[in-house]
Design a protein around this ligand. Sequence first.
Ligand code: HEC
Length: 258
Amino acid sequence: MKNARFLALAAAAFLSAPLTTLAAVPEPLVPPHQKWDFDGPFGQFDQKALQRGFMVYDRICSTCHGMKALTYNDLSGIGMSEQAILDLAHSKMIAGPPDVSGQPTSRPGRPDDHFRSPFPSDEAAAAMMGGVAPPDQSRLAVIQPHGADWLYAFLTGYKMPPPADAPVVPGKFYNDWVDGHLIGMPPPLMNGMIQYPDGTPATVEQQARDVTSFLVWAADPHRNARHRTGLWVVLYLIGLLVLAIAWKKKTWKRVKSQ
Ligand code: HEC
């Protein structure tokens, strides 16, 4: 009897030990789930949101972040006209080869140029930005777990002023959604900082939603076409299945009636 009680106590202690150690490990932050048009196997990007998102990228993020994987021509995928792409590319000065005396040169961009990077190199970017280079944004949305939800939470997650118990480090900003809650990127979005041509009010939340959609699109520009093909393939297979069932029924009817 005594033995049994001892065994039960030992078992309880053994079982509770891993639980207490587990409780001490901080949980990975899971951002709240947002509803996105492009979610799900047949989800489609909303072109208006992508165009607004590109505007946020172009006016704000691109002053610090590059997006080397995209060319200006790729923007036809978000519904930009050929002329608008030509004008946009032309407005960007792209670094050319040094001239005969070794001086740097630049030229207006062309539609087949890759997006211009704001800094000549990662080292130059890090030197300008207090030690950490802003990462290239081409694949940002797929590198992060919970890509879109995290980006939205992060872009709307700055606290100014920071909570009273947060560590204060010069040149770092408090954000709920980064490791250690401190990041070298200043809060990039402000209410009404840009004006959308379609009249959508440019709140911080709206800009965050739109630029997130754009970053997800940029990392996967063919999703709409793929999802549309997927839908047709599924419809085609359902059609085949219906035909096969009808054919089977007809054949068995014939067999049974013989
Ligand atoms: C003033 C320059 C600047 C602007 C403008 C800017 N960023 Fe950043 N961003 C940075 C720097 C610097 C870092 C790296 C900071 C670090 O790791 O401490 C960074 C990092 C990031 C990260 C990675 C965070 C992480 O924890 O991995 C994301 C995502 C990001 N930026 C998105 C954006 C978006 C979207 C915009 C436009 C709305 C934007 N940034 C505008 C400078 C900027």
